[in-house]
Design a binder for this molecule. Structure first.
Ligand SMILES: Nc1ncnc2c1ncn2[C@@H]1O[C@H](COP(=O)(O)OP(=O)(O)O)[C@@H](O)[C@H]1O
Ligand SMILES: C[C@@](O)(CCOP(=O)(O)O)CC(=O)O
Ligand SMILES: [Mg+2]
Length: 428
């Protein structure tokens, strides 16, 4: 199979409804794909360039390496077409990548470049053409708890798996099914987990699972020796979720490390907290399996959201701005609020009660806007990792790095190239 340039890969962000942080400690968690996504344009210039270039304007990061300086590390192709990664990051490869990353000071840039290089040299062969530029654009807020790191890792793993000939072209179209469980999709899930490890340190794997497969899942990591369990939740009941971004920056890696210290310092008390989070996720799962939530079911779910947030507060991962969202939602009695993702800033979700008066919602929106926050209604359960090629779409013929960088807004990206509007996408 010859890869034609340019092509674009895309993967969704996610909302964790129950079980962030406890997911890292092998407890079950529930998450759903979000309609906001990341897009990676892979293009080739016509010169005989020996450079591999990154254009990551969302984090203001632009960088290049000489291809001949890269420590290609792709495992020799065996009879198995989908070579899966080892459980842990390879120490030899980490050390080989050190000199290529040493000039990068910002942790945001470092994480992105590290995940890029680790996956590139693991999946692409030395014969990969030079002159490739990788341009990443996301309609997700970055570092806000909506899984931008995982959607980025999935875009990278799928693009490199495709270039390296590990996975075939994506095969099915938009409306055929929501979640996919193909070998290709599992390959992308496993490798993007390595990208998450480069960015987070100790991810549970729930974010990359949702970004790869799409839909909604109950997910449970089971340690290093057993595979994680991923149960697709096909009929998520309609839930009126309000997402609010505090715009307070934070890094998942820091929050996960802080919780790890707390768990090490207070093993007994934190075990109770994590156990309670497990029970909440299981109870919520049973409620959410019902096709419709009646008033009682909804009321139970609201309480579970409240308890889950309280437990996250006790792990030290809330933030005054997240509490401000909760305070305003509580004062106006619109529903229950919890942080989502790693917390420490970023986003909160509010499960809205039924029958809220429009003027109350408007009052809430005004209050949140005054605080400098951004609220939007979330559409949950969308498609997983996708591919757009020149064979399938005329849109790509004139797509340049400049065009891609110059998209002005989320809507502009979606309307021009996105999975929401463009029917030419295939999904793995
Ligand atoms: N569009 C993007 N372009 C470049 N890097 C990105 C992009 N999206 C995510 N990243 C990387 O992921 C990091 C954010 O990940 P993280 O702290 O886990 O927050 P979250 O996953 O909740 O958005 C960024 O600092 C950056 O390294
Ligand atoms: C805190 C955690 O549960 C979710 C992190 O999500 P995010 O990077 O904040 O979007 C960590 C994980 O599960 O890997
Ligand atoms: Mg993340």
């Amino acid at each position: 199979m010859t890869v034609q340039f340019p092509f674009v890969t895309s993967a969704p962000g996610k909302v964790i409804i129950f079980g962030e942080h406890s997911a890292v400690y092998n407890r079950p968690a529930i998450a759903a794909a979000l309609s906001l996504r990341t897009y990676l344009l892979v293009s080739k210039d016509e010169t005989e360039s020996d450079y591999i270039c990154l254009e990551f304007p969302d984090i203001d990061f632009h960088c290049h390496w000489k291809k001949s300086d890269l420590p290609f590390h792709m495992a020799p192709k065996s009879d198995t077409p989908h070579v899966l990664p080892p459980k842990n990051l390879d120490p030899e490869l980490i050390s080989d990548l050190g000199p290529l990353l040493s000039a990068i000071d910002s942790p945001l840039h470092y994480g992105a470049a590290y995940a890029f290089l680790y996956l590139f040299v693991s999946l692409c062969p030395r014969s990969t053409p030079g002159g490739l530029t990788f341009t990443m654009r996301s309609t997700l807020p970055i570092g806000a708890g909506l899984g931008s790191s995982a959607s980025m890792s999935v875009c990278l793993a799928s693009a490199f798996g495709y270039i390296g000939g590990h996975i075939k072209e994506a095969t099915f179209y938009r409306d055929s099914k929501i979640t996919n469980d193909s070998d290709e999709c599992n390959f992308i899930d496993k490798w993007s987990f390595m990208g998450e490890k480069c960015i987070h340190g100790n991810p549970s794997g729930i974010d990359n699972a949702v970004a790869s497969h799409g839909g909604a899942v109950m997910f449970q990591r089971r340690g290093n020796s057993l595979p994680s369990v991923r149960t697709a939740m096909r009929n998520l009941p309609p839930m009126n979720l309000l997402l609010t971004n505090t715009k307070t920056p934070r890094r998942t890696a820091t929050l996960v490390a802080n919780v790890s210290k707390l768990v090490a310092d207070y093993p007994k008390s934190t075990a109770h907290i994590l156990d309670a989070m497990e029970d909440i996720a299981r109870e919520a799962y049973n409620l959410m399996l019902r096709p419709f939530l009646n008033a009682n079911g909804k009321d139970e779910l609201l309480k579970l959201i409240r308890i889950n947030h309280g437990l996250l507060v006790s792990l030290g991962v809330s933030h005054p701005n997240l509490e401000r969202i909760k305070l305003n939602c509580d004062e106006l009695h619109v529903g229950e609020t919890k942080l989502t993702g790693a917390g420490g800033g970023g986003c909160a979700i509010t499960l809205l009660r039924d029958g809220i008066k429009p003027e109350v919602l408007t009052e809430l929106e005004n209050r949140l806007e005054k605080l400098g926050f951004e609220s939007f209604k979330a559409t949950l359960g969308g498609k997983g990792v996708g591919l757009l090629t020149t064979n399938d779409s005329a849109l790509l013929k004139n797509m340049t790095v400049k065009n891609f960088i110059n998209f002005k807004s989320r809507d502009n990206i979606e309307e021009s190239i996105g999975c929401t509007y463009v029917g030419d996408w295939r999904y793995w």
